[in-house]
Write a protein that binds this ligand. Structure first.
Ligand code: PEP
Ligand code: MN
Length: 264
């Protein structure tokens, strides 16, 4: 079902008037983690002012170590839903287990499956039983075929609203946190009709690389971007402050993307 042979036309996912996979470039911006109502409200205001359409933020965080901050949970879903509504943004948040799918879908417009859960088949099956759009991140050691098969689980269950997200893969290079596989964008667009989103934040792990890799992703044909932005990156509650843009960088980047659009 994910294959272009089966479905030649691009899939366009329309969420409350925002089309993902169509003509418009969609930008999802926000912190790695929802922290406080004030934090998410202020960041939502900045995302909207910069021209973004979707507010990102994790309420449940998949941390490599068990002693790291795990997210504020359902309270965070509520804070983010309020901020999104107030500022006129859609929202996206990560869901990690089948048990939390329904509550996350109640509060968020898009559900994110993280890289560590790309092959959590129980989670994928559960997401196939609802209609809420899903942003499926590529496993950091997964091939395109494994990635598309993971999407297939959701589609086969009856949820056609799936977008694919390249977020970097593990290579021998350690300077960057991951290696953003830019080739994945045209490859996936060729093999599949599903929208393709790029995540240059996790894809590089370095703030100074987010701007050029965002532009490169757009040039490679991405339908959208998911970018971390924080008002106080140095004090963010996850380690992802180092890859989070400052609000003015985020605003300049979105303005630059508008200038880039006519060239492509
Ligand atoms: C995130 O988006 O904050 C995140 C944890 O992403 P990934 O699953 O790509 O590491
Ligand atoms: Mn993050």
């Amino acid at each position: 079902l994910a294959s272009r042979d089966f479905h030649p036309a691009d899939t366009v996912i329309n969420i409350k008037g925002v089309e993902i996979g169509g003509e418009q470039l969609v930008v999802m911006g926000g912190p790695c983690a929802v922290e406080t109502p004030e934090q998410i409200d202020e960041i939502a205001r900045l995302v909207k002012a910069a021209g973004g359409q979707v507010l990102r933020g994790g309420a449940f965080k998949p941390r490599t170590g068990p002693y790291s901050f795990q997210g504020v949970g359902v309270e965070g879903l509520i804070m983010m839903a309020e901020a999104g509504k107030k500022h006129g943004l859609l929202t996206i948040t990560e869901v990690m287990t089948p048990e939390y799918v329904d509550v996350c879908a109640e509060y968020a417009d898009i559900l994110q499956v993280g890289t560590r859960n790309m092959q959590n088949f129980d989670l994928l099956r559960k997401l196939g039983t609802i209609q809420t759009p899903v942003l499926l991140k590529r496993g950091f050691s997964s091939t395109y075929d494994e990635f598309l098969n993971a999407a297939e689980y959701i589609l086969a269950g009856g949820n056609p609203n799936v977008m694919l997200c390249e977020r970097g893969i593990r290579t021998f290079e350690t300077y960057t946190r991951n290696t953003l596989d830019l080739s994945a964008i045209p490859v996936l667009k060729g093999l599949s009709h599903l929208p393709v989103i790029s995540d240059p934040s996790h894809g590089t792990g370095r703030r100074e690389l987010v701007v050029p890799m965002t532009k490169a992703s757009v040039a490679a044909g991405a339908d959208g971007l998911i970018i971390e932005m924080h008002t106080d990156p140095d004090n963010s509650m996850t380690g992802d402050g180092v890859q989070s843009l400052f609000p003015d960088q985020f605003a300049h980047l979105l303005a630059d993307l508008e200038k880039l659009a006519p060239l492509l």
